[in-house]
Design a protein around this ligand. Structure first.
Ligand code: MG
Length: 293
């Protein structure tokens, strides 16, 4: 016998119709209903429709569930910040750094139970030129990777593919000079890559600072100095494996940073190109409520 609808906890489940995972998201509806939830399922087409859905339907539910990857979550941020409803994530995307930062379970059944009953905690976001971001803003190598991924399916599958993309990206980029103002101090450098990172994982699992977390109230900047491509790939692999050498790496931590380059440079914000330097970046401490173990 079906349970009465009254008293059931409502959630809004959002799938991305443009992602390969779009159809898969719909399969989650009966599974969430079996856990006692009343599910509103929608696949808004486009960012405006996504924001409208969250702003209109979000306030009436207990949880907003995004079935997708970092790109889908990042796209929803401005609206999520407008409604004080916790975000739950079912990682269906190709880049799932937020899921890793939140230490979500690997098994789908455990992920669904978390959506239904998991505790709520708060995480930091970053803000770049007034726009919220989830994982990272990067220039140089990071922007070249985003350009390579434009128009093709994102594939962040393992170290070998990572290195293949890294190599192709590296051949495209030229070193750039940047002035960094962080916590009142000025730094200058000549780099091939610079990233400002919110949590521990970004860019498919790169680990700039193994102890950094998504709720520690600081952003981590790291930048790679120019060098022979082989050395840089080696360093990147070492970073990926969590055992970085230091000599070509420049690091800073701060809550507020200003980055200026000689000429405007394209910026990769959570995997998307769009902004250019100069950048005003700041931490938004504990800005977003999320469901996580
Ligand atoms: Mg942090």
């Amino acid at each position: 016998m079906a349970e009465p609808t009254a008293g059931r906890r409502r959630v809004l489940l959002i799938g991305n119709p443009r992602a390969r995972s779009g159809a898969e998201a719909g399969d989650l509806v009966p599974e969430l209903e079996a856990l006692g939830l009343e599910v509103s399922f929608a696949t808004p087409d486009g960012i405006e429709a996504l924001h409208r859905l969250i702003r209109e339907t979000g306030p009436g539910v207990e949880r907003i569930v995004i079935a997708g990857g970092d790109g889908s979550i990042a796209a929803a941020l401005p609206a999520l910040l407008d409604v004080a409803v916790p975000l739950a994530v079912i990682p269906l995307g190709t880049a799932n750094d937020l899921a890793r930062n939140l230490e979500l379970p690997e098994a789908r059944a455990a992920q669904l139970r978390l959506v239904a009953d998991g505790p709520v905690r708060r995480i930091d976001l970053g803000s770049v030129n007034g726009r919220p971001f989830l994982n990272a803003a990067s220039i140089g190598y990071g922007a070249a990777v985003a350009a390579l991924h434009r128009g093709e399916a994102k594939r962040w599958l393992g170290v070998m593919n990572y290195l293949r993309v890294a190599y192709l990206a590296w051949r495209r980029i030229r070193p750039f000079s940047v002035e960094i103002i962080c916590e009142g101090a000025q730094h200058r450098g000549h780099f091939v890559h610079l990233a400002v990172v919110n949590g521990r994982f970004h860019g498919g699992g790169l680990e700039p600072r193994p102890t950094g977390t998504i709720d520690d109230g600081v952003l981590d900047l790291y930048a790679l100095r120019e060098g022979p491509i082989f050395r840089l790939l080696q360093l990147l692999a070492a970073l990926k494996l969590g055992a970085a050498q230091r000599s070509r790496l420049f690091r800073l931590q701060g809550r507020r940073l200003r980055l200026t380059t000689t000429r405007p440079r394209p910026v990769n914000v959570d995997g998307e190109l769009g902004l250019t330097t100069p950048l005003d970046i700041e931490i938004l401490p504990l800005a977003l409520a999320v469901v996580a173990p």
